[in-house]
Design a protein around this ligand. Structure first.
Ligand SMILES: Nc1ncnc2c1ncn2[C@@H]1O[C@H](COP(=O)(O)OP(=O)(O)OP(=O)(O)O)[C@@H](O)[C@H]1O
Length: 378
């Protein structure tokens, strides 16, 4: 018998209960220790029906372990898991994995080779033969594979098999879908198509999705919310736009793109650099800061007889660099500069084709509204 989340029944007025929808999935203060290391360290999050949250973080940060605890194949040392407000697992009470209404999709999905597509999809379904057939047909139509209903998996392409694995996981109408790098075995173009298609089917079915990935592009493409994980903890959580544009620290910026970092010392709430002054309010005098800017937010100007553009309020002062390397990347060009002021390398991304010759001097400025200032850590 499932138990209610105490927060939903204790200390909340009737009105508050009506106006606060129940999350489809809620995990609270999950912890898992292996040896002397907290691999998952006080992780909490909620996901509403039809929403996708991506657990994004580097290899080994504890993403899969979190997923495995929610699925019920790994026991947490402490913390609770609720599905639709009902407790499914704490340290004494535990609903077995098969009764949690949770679907799983992993990279190494395996279809049953001796079963037809229809039988594969119907595998976890209950009900009459007709009911099962109706559900199988409905889902196969949704992913454009109705024509393959009587085929065996080996005649299908990798992408088609992936779609079948998805609908098999979705067939029993799981309330939650846990996905662990499910698209990493696919080539790029196919992956984009299948990602988008998967997302639309999951949303149509109102499933709450927790997707684990170490690829920022995948998280940005799929997620309503990104939970950035590092060393077992969720360090930042929010809509992709906010995580990208208001990152927590230098490491969070560099997780999404290349970065340029300029170190300086704050004095009187200002930090002086070769690119002019940056406002560093609240930073103690003498404390070091990193000014961090993504390569696409550097502005380039031509050299005019050894001089660059005049300083402005929005872009500060220009610093000169000499082109070290320029590469065309498809939609944009990546230009690397060796900076005159200290010989360091800075990277700029320019739309379309911009391939100046090696040795060309250019002037770089940093847009004040597109850079981040963090206390220096290393
Ligand atoms: N059963 C286990 N016993 C001991 N250590 C484990 C066990 N399972 C996982 N770990 C360790 O816990 C850490 C986190 O593993 P986890 O698989 O959760 O990371 P991850 O973020 O999903 O990484 P990846 O993206 O590489 O899959 C790793 O250092 C891993 O070696």
């Amino acid at each position: 018998m499932a138990r209610k989340n105490p927060m939903e029944t204790i200390g909340h007025s009737r009105e508050a209960k009506v106006s606060t929808p129940t999350p489809r999935l809620e995990i609270r203060n999950l912890r898992r220790r292996f040896g002397d290391r907290d691999v998952v360290d006080d992780v909490s999050l909620t996901i509403m029906p039809g929403h996708v949250t991506c657990l994004l973080g580097p290899s080994g940060c504890g993403k899969s372990t979190t997923l495995r605890m929610i699925a019920g194949v790994e026991m947490q040392d402490s913390g609770e898991i609720y599905v639709d407000g009902d407790l499914v697992c704490d340290t004494v009470f535990r609903i077995p994995p098969e009764r949690r209404h949770i679907g799983l999709m992993f990279q190494d999905f395996a279809l049953f080779p001796h079963m037809s597509v229809a039988d594969n999809v119907a595998f976890g379904l209950k009900g009459s033969k007709d009911e099962k057939r109706t559900r199988v047909e409905e889902l196969l139509r949704k992913v454009g594979l109705y024509r393959a209903i009587d085929e065996f998996p080996h005649v299908l392409s990798g992408g088609e098999q992936q779609r079948i694995a998805l609908v098999r996981a979705l067939a029993p109408r799981p309330r939650i879908m846990l996905m662990d790098e499910p698209f990493s075995g696919l080539d790029n173009r196919l992956r984009d198509d299948i990602r988008d298609e998967t997302l639309s089917v999951l949303k149509e079915e109102d499933t709450a999705v927790l997707l684990v990935t170490h690829e920022p592009e995948e998280a940005m493409r799929m997620a309503d919310e990104i939970a950035l994980m590092r060393d077992g903890r969720i360090v930042q959580q929010g809509a992709p736009y906010n995580i990208y544009n208001a990152p927590l620290d230098k490491a969070a910026v560099s997780f999404f793109s290349d970065i340029n970092a300029i170190r300086g010392k704050s004095q009187g709430a200002l930090t002086d650099t070769p690119f002019g002054h940056f406002l560093t309010p609240g930073v103690a005098d003498g404390a070091e800061v990193d000014i961090v800017v993504r390569p696409q937010h550097l502005k380039l100007d031509f050299d005019r007889a050894g001089k660059g553009p005049l300083p402005t309020m929005t872009d500060g002062t220009a610093a000169r660099g000499v082109v070290e390397r320029a590469r065309f990347m498809g939609n944009e060009s990546l230009v690397e500069f060796r900076m005159d002021y200290d010989g360091s390398i800075m990277k700029a991304i320019v739309p379309n084709v911009f391939l100046p010759s090696v040795g060309t001097p250019l002037w770089l400025t940093i847009r004040r509204d597109r850079c981040f200032v963090f206390p220096a850590k290393d």
